[in-house]
Each structure stands twice: as C-alpha cells, then as structure tokens.
Design a protein around this ligand. Structure first.
Ligand code: CAA
Length: 258
C-alpha cells in the first residue's frame, strides 16, 4: 500500500498525499512513496505537477510526531536530511509544481508547499510552523524557504511563535497566489496547470531554472544564468513553430517539447 497516489490528466500529473487517518502526516514510508512517485513521472510528456492532500481536512499536518517522539538525535537528523533531499528534488523538478493546499499545511506540510513553485489554497487552509512548540525547529527546509518566500519578519514571527496563518492572511502576506472554496480548488489547480502546459515546455522549464538558479546570485551572475537558459529555447522546433506562426498571423501548432 502506498501513502502517495499519482494520476495523470493530459499533460498534468496529480500527486495526492494519502494518509488521511493521520491527516497525511509524513513518516519514513511517506517520504519513500513520494520519492518513488516523483521518480516515475514521465517528464517528457507531463508539463506541470499538482500536489494535494487526500480528504477535506489536511494538505499535510506535518512530519509524524508519533514517529519522532522518541527518535534518537542521529535518526532525527537522518530523517530531516531525507526529507530535505526529497523537497530539494521537488524544488528542482524540471517542470513546475503547484501545491493545491486543501487544509492543514503544518510543519513539514507547510514546508512541502514551500518547496513547490506556486501555492494556491482552499478557504479552510491553515499554514504554520509549530515546531518550536514541540522543542525543535523545522527540518524540511522551513527556516530557509519561508523567509525567501515571504517577508523575513513575518516568517520569523511564524517560526518563533508557531502562529497559525489562515488562507485569507496567507494571501495577504504572499504565501499563496490565490484562495478558492474547497469545491473549486482542484478545478482551479487544473486550470492553472493546463495554462502552464499550454506553453512551450522548453520555455517553461528554462524559466523555472533561470529563476531558481539565479535568484540568490548577484545581478551580474544572475543575468548570465538567464542567458544560459534563454539559449535552451532558441533553435527548438517549438520556438520556430511559435515565431513563424506569429509572423504568419496564425495560432502555433501544438507544442511538442522539442
Ligand atoms: N503526526 C502524527 N499524527 C498526526 C499529526 C502529525 N503531525 N497530525 C495529526 N495527526 C493525527 C492525530 O494524532 C489523530 O490521530 P488519531 O485519530 O489516531 O488520534 C489524527 O491525525 C487526527 O488529528 P486530530 O484528532 O488531532 O485532529 P484535529 O482536527 O483535532 O486537529 C491538527 C488537527 C490541528 C492538525 C492537529 O492534529 C495537530 O496539531 N497536529 C500536529 C501538527 C504539527 O504540530 N505539525 C508539525 C509536526 S513537526 C514537523 O513537521 C517537523 C518538520 O519540520 C519535519
């Protein structure tokens, strides 16, 4: 039995964290299952991924507290490293990843959403990094990604106090791009994923690499990263197709990722 389900709809892959009884909390097996699903994504054909949680209550309620309660320190560090390596893979996944946050996104769940390119949420979503209340700190990248996504002072307040941020506030502070009703969320996530999938995959992937690889560099180096990535699209069949279509005042043929 896997705690992570995967299905596809056209060019979109949908990953569902499926350990509903524990509000999709992440234990060692969940990390293994998620890694296996990611390794199986056909990145030639799939152009955007959505990650969401099973049920109506939780995206992911964090790392499994029961599994961690009596964990020796070295094992806890190993668990953190394993999660971190996996979340880094998501961040660097060649195609965009959208977190469709359908409820609690606490601790490791908030961190999973932060490893995604874009977060959208349902109106019952709640974000928090409650780890300091458990005597630890986030160990799946939360202390590093949250202050890179939102204002540092707000991130520190969330980290130091475990403050719960509801969907409307998450929108206000830029933690999510949009908020929808629970019923709308997956349709809106699919709409966004399909909008991404309608663009030339080479362009979208190059844009993701350019942002991720350049964002923390000094501008002189960052624009070099952009230039390296801009070279990926030029000369591709999709680029020729799209630009010739523009010149001929017609729609381009469907993109083929070549
Ligand atoms: N780990 C293990 N089990 C969890 C869990 C977690 N993080 N979150 C929820 N569950 C389990 C509960 O133990 C409960 O199981 P039982 O039915 O067997 O008792 C079930 O999910 C339902 O949860 P509740 O009964 O608590 O549901 P609720 O609606 O009353 O409360 C909640 C929901 C506010 C999310 C509450 O469950 C909660 O606070 N969960 C813990 C959240 C948390 O602290 N997450 C951070 C973990 S540390 C971390 O993530 C470290 C890291 O950086 C990697």
């Amino acid at each position: 039995m896997s705690f992570v389900e995967y299905r596809t709809e056209g060019h979109v892959g949908i990953i569902t964290m499926s350990r509903e009884k524990a509000l999709n909390a992440i234990n060692d097996q969940v990390l293994d299952d998620l890694a296996a699903v990611l390794a199986g994504v056909d990145v030639e054909n799939i152009r955007a991924l959505i990650i969401t949680g099973a049920g109506k209550k939780a995206f992911v309620a964090g790392a499994d507290i029961g599994a961690m309660a009596d964990m020796p320190t070295d094992e806890a560090v190993k668990f953190g490293r394993k999660g971190n390596e996996l979340f880094l893979k998501i961040e660097r996944f060649p195609i965009p990843v959208i977190a469709a946050v359908n409820g609690f996104a606490l601790g490791g769940g908030c961190e999973l959403s932060l490893a995604c390119d874009i977060r959208i949420a349902s109106d019952n979503a709640m974000f928090a990094l409650p780890e300091t209340g458990l005597g630890i700190i986030p160990s799946f990248g939360g202390t590093q990604r949250l202050p890179r996504v939102i204002n540092v002072g707000i991130a520190k307040e969330m980290l130091y106090t475990g403050k719960r941020v509801m969907a409307d506030e998450a929108l206000k502070i830029g933690l999510v791009n949009a908020v929808y009703t629970q019923d709308e969320l997956m349709d809106k996530a699919m709409e966004l994923a399909n909008r991404i999938a309608s663009k030339a995959p080479i362009g979208v992937r190059a844009a993701k690499s350019a942002v991720n690889d350049g964002i923390h560099l000094p501008m002189e180096q960052a624009i070099e990263v952009e230039l390296e990535n801009s070279g990926k699209g030029f000369g591709s069949q999709d680029q020729r197709n799209a630009m010739h279509a523009f010149m001929e005042k017609r729609k381009p043929d469907p993109f083929i990722n070549k």
